[in-house]
Design a protein around this ligand. Sequence first.
Ligand SMILES: Nc1ncnc2c1ncn2[C@@H]1O[C@H](COP(=O)(O)OP(=O)(O)OP(=O)(O)O)[C@@H](O)[C@H]1O
Length: 663
Amino acid sequence: MSDVNDAGDEFEYETPTIPARTAFRRFWPLTKGLRKWLLVVWLCTVLAALAETEAILLFGDLTDHALEKGSLTAFWASALKWLGIAVVGALVAYAGNSLAAWATERFVMRLREHVFDHVQQLPPHFFQRHRQGDLLARLTSDVEAIETMVVSGLIGAASAAFSALFYAAAAFWLRWDLAAATFVLAPLFWLAARRFSGSIKDVSREGRVADGAITSVVEESLGNIVLTQAYDRRDAERRRLSEEANAWFRASVRSTRLNEAYEQLVQVIETVCVLAVIGIGAWEISTGRMTLGQLLAFAAFLGYLYPPVRGLAQLGLTVTAATAGAERLIEILDVSPSVTDPSRPAHTGRPDGTVEVRDVAFTYPGAERTALEGLSFTVSPGDLVIVTGPSGAGKSTVSKLLLRFYDPDAGEVLLDGVPLRDFPLARLREYVTLLPQETLVLHDTVRANIACGRPGASDQAIEEAARAADAHDFIVRLPDGYDTRVDPNSARLSGGQLQRLAIARAILRDAPVLVLDEPTTGLDAMAARRVVKPLRRLMAGRTTIMITHDLNLAPDADRILVVDRGRVVETGRHEELLARGGAYARLHRSQNNAVMDTGELRMPLWEEASAQPQPQAYDHAAHVPAQTWVAPQPAYEPYGTVPSYLPDGRPLFRGEEVWRQGI
Ligand SMILES: Nc1ncnc2c1ncn2[C@@H]1O[C@H](COP(=O)(O)OP(=O)(O)OP(=O)(O)O)[C@@H](O)[C@H]1O
């Protein structure tokens, strides 16, 4: 399997090949607590097999004593006994099968939870490098495949072995010489299974990979439905699906063919055995050494004996096929989380919110280039620090380290002087809240979406948070108000509304430290303008690290860090940095300059502006570059280009106060 990360690098994944025994051992511990029930299931199967054996012996009796002699008295006695045994056998089989279904489903649930739990702890790059559809397939069909190996396989093997033993013992008891003659042929079943096992494993593996690929294509295609429709990519998407579907089709047809060939071969072997019995039996009856009843009972035993023998041989095939699923799950389970809880957690109360990044270096696992190098900065409690810089500079990586999605390779990130790795993860994420770039929505009600900031919050607290986030008004206008269901693809809410919902969630969480990753990205100027006020309420009194390209809030910042190629290249307040005319001034200009020369964006940030040829404004009237280039000043101070009121002093938005500093 191969995948491409956001940097365009190709990552190759080769699912490891694992012997069935290793796979079994790996998942067996998950049957803890279920084993006694598995034993009961096995006992029920053994009892049911015993009842069947007794019934067949009674059938022989009936043939010899009631049918051949025409005696009704002999019939009634045996018939009643047979009926009694059949009823007991049916009850036991029913109990055993129901219990087996319960135990297997519990195992599946447990295994799925185990894998899901593990996947949830995996670092962000894992999800960037694995296709979601493939992960879905692993969590669904591959989990079920393992159940066939560990639980059903085990019960099946134990039951088949005991049933075969009983029927074989009964056959020997009836006529040992006839039985011995039949068993000479038994290894043929084993040979047939062996012949098919390798191919069945290969084809199962191909089938599982194709299954994951189909789910991925469907998932990606539906996720990108707007792109598909807007660019009329239906044919391309159909082709993509049909390529994967063809692989699935080939694997599935091959698998059926192999299984069918095996089945038919086994049928032929069985026929050879039955014919051998009838031949020897006919000869025995002709010499008077056997009764017809005995021969019929013997043939019936063989009829019962073959399914478990065949089952035992086929079990190998089932287990082999299931191992392909196990390999895919083990591959995921072997990826370790990038961070774990500390063995000796620090005992701290709610921190004041001093954040210190101390000489941090970090490279993403598997990446060649360092994302951060020698990065240092400190944020005092309650301060707003803006981290800005060109694309790929390492800004989002800073947010990942602050939330401890990763630990730095060198240096340390500290909260109130305590290294982040000394906080239990759950507590750290209570203290440091992330407002991610993309607004994350749960498939639930608006209320639940806000409440996930602080589970168990009262309705009043939720409403207050929504009011503070300027979300209350639009929420009450929704069809069911706070109980309106939304989902990640919901068209009910605009980007700005979703962002205000996320702000309400963060307000409710009430963490001392906030990390805002591009809070206004993807919003148009008006929508961005509307989230600024709620954002300020959210940030008030909290240490805030805002990662952004959007410099409209820069004048508010206590400090601005300009990051480039993983290092801080400039730091200071907005006015200072503008006056310095360096990297920040260029970034700011490129954002606010209407007559922007895009070449400026490509200029290295750390070089002195004077060392570079100055970009020239274009004089449209004269069709020549203007003589002197003057860095344009922001139109509205101190908030850059976004005006908050009209020239006549009226607020820009109806019903909204004039935007003042310090709200
Ligand atoms: N999962 C990953 N695996 C490998 N490299 C990565 C991964 N994520 C990011 N990088 C690399 O790390 C560097 C910093 O990325 P980061 O996302 O922090 O940049 P950024 O400044 O936030 O960019 P943008 O403004 O475009 O979001 C980039 O070179 C990027 O290609």
